[in-house]
Design a protein. Structure first.
Length: 461
């Protein structure tokens, strides 16, 4: 939500809301996505299609809101939500109206329903945090504030000054989240090339991607299967019957190393895929994998906040465990041997030196990172919730290189293209093309499983 839109909403309701507490008005201002300009976001996931008669009712309720007539608006949205319990927009406005009317219990019902239906989840969670804080329930307020941040809320200035949140101001986790938000620098847009889509959608949200010497892509589907996509675009099954394959890498002998997230295992396949051996059986929730020049394998453990090493002789050890590792997802390595990890749970990119010291480097917008890779002297990170791709210099400076932030699947100039939850990350051997996978929402078949597709950025810098 832009400041311009936020100010426009406040101005529209100011005369009708002078009797409301100032603290409540701040939370109402955060709910600005009800305005027409905000509703124009293209291809947003999980929004309910609205019938023509419902559209008219929503417009009538919104008109009451703009005049500060919260009770009248609430009555209209109550009718819609009773008739259409999966209408996220109506629940969002239901919560907004009751919040304005001062009925925090009903407001919470609306805010939390909007969150469950994934409609403006960041804003709805933030408003739920405000409501819980006003009700004197700091633990629940902080929980919802963290949910808002994970869904993309990053306005540390607003959160630090919002009077609604006064009761949580001294909560340690709230302070920690504000500090993390404050470390999220505005990325500089850098035009590096064009984004294109490769091949057809495949089942699963997509795990890791690795690229062989011949240019073939090995793609874990985060369900059961590793696919192989050859340079001509033909896709075949490389291996299957796994328990949620995630991160993937290829060693110096062309063997495919695969983490098996749900089975706590790491597997090694022969180059043909015909033979498989189990390298590790006790790494909790293994995800990202990177391999050094000596075929030493580094594995992130989402469930134990740790990094593990599998030596070429098969011996294993825990390299580091740290509270800064919050579901470490992707992992990569620079020429000097430092490791870089991106967290799924808080968006941080961390550096781990050869002494095992973990240091925060930068926070990626959106709070949920996919995978990470190293090339051209920089880190390349999939900002999953941000729907964007970022480049991070080793000094922590951040550049936006792909995606507008709106969810979608439109190709073209990288900064104008639309991405949807990018995850895997790998360069081809030449370093000229970056590959990742995006999720695909198949709108024509609402009952279909989630799917993914490979996207590429061809660098011209």
């Amino acid at each position: 939500m832009s400041n311009h839109s936020e100010h426009r909403l406040v101005g529209a309701v100011a005369s009708a809301t002078r009797a409301l507490p100032i603290a409540l008005l701040i939370c109402i201002a955060v709910a600005a996505p009800i305005t027409e300009a905000q509703d124009a976001e293209a291809d947003a996931p999980a929004e309910t299609d609205v019938a023509a008669d419902t559209t008219a009712e929503l417009a009538a309720g919104n008109a009451h809101l703009q005049r500060g007539e919260f009770s009248q608006a609430a009555a209209i949205f109550a009718v819609i939500t009773a008739r259409e319990p999966a209408n996220g927009r109506a629940w969002f406005l239901f919560g907004y109206a009751h919040h304005g009317a001062g009925d925090l219990d009903l407001a919470l019902a609306g805010h939390l329903a909007a969150v469950r239906l994934n409609f403006r989840a960041a804003t709805a969670s933030y408003n739920a945090a405000c409501a819980y804080a006003l009700k004197g329930q700091p633990p629940l307020a902080v929980e919802q504030f963290e949910n808002a941040w994970r869904a993309g809320f990053a306005n540390a200035t607003l959160a630090a000054t919002d009077a609604d949140l006064a009761s949580v101001r001294d909560e340690p986790r709230f302070i920690e989240l504000l500090e993390t938000m404050g470390q999220t620098a505005a990325p500089e847009p850098v035009a590096l090339g064009d984004i294109a889509t490769v091949g057809d959608p495949m089942d699963g949200i997509g795990g890791g991607i690795a690229i062989g010497d011949d240019g073939s892509l090995y793609i874990a589907d985060f369900l059961t299967t590793i696919y192989k996509l050859d340079p001509e675009g033909e896709r075949t099954v490389f291996a299957t019957d796994m328990a949620v394959p995630s991160g993937i890498a290829i060693d110096s002998q062309g063997r495919v190393i695969q983490s098996e997230f749900k089975a706590d295992r790491v597997l090694r396949f022969s180059p043909s895929g015909d033979e498989v051996e189990v390298l590790a059986t006790s790494i909790p929730g293994p995800v990202g994998i990177v391999i050094d020049a000596d075929d030493r394998i580094y594995v992130t453990s989402c469930h134990s906040a740790s990094i593990h090493v599998i030596e070429p002789d098969g011996s294993q050890r825990q390299l580091v465990q740290s509270p800064l590792l919050r579901c470490p997802n992707g992992i990569t390595r620079d020429e000097g041997g430092d490791l870089y990890v991106c967290n799924y749970n808080d968006g941080m990119v961390l550096r781990i030196d050869d002494a095992g010291t973990v240091t925060p480097l930068v926070s990626i917008p959106g709070a949920n990172n996919g995978h990470i890779t190293y090339r051209h002297g920089a880190l390349w990170v999939a900002g999953m919730t941000a729907n964007q791709i970022f480049r991070v210099a080793l000094d922590g400076s951040l550049a936006l290189i792909g995606g507008t932030g709106s969810p979608g699947g439109t190709d073209g100039p990288a900064l104008e293209a639309l991405l949807f939850r990018p995850n895997a990350m790998a360069f081809d051997r030449s370093g000229e093309t970056l590959h990742w996978n995006d999720e695909v929402k198949i709108r024509s078949d609402p009952a279909s499983k989630r799917a993914s597709i490979v996207r590429t950025l061809n660098l011209r810098e």
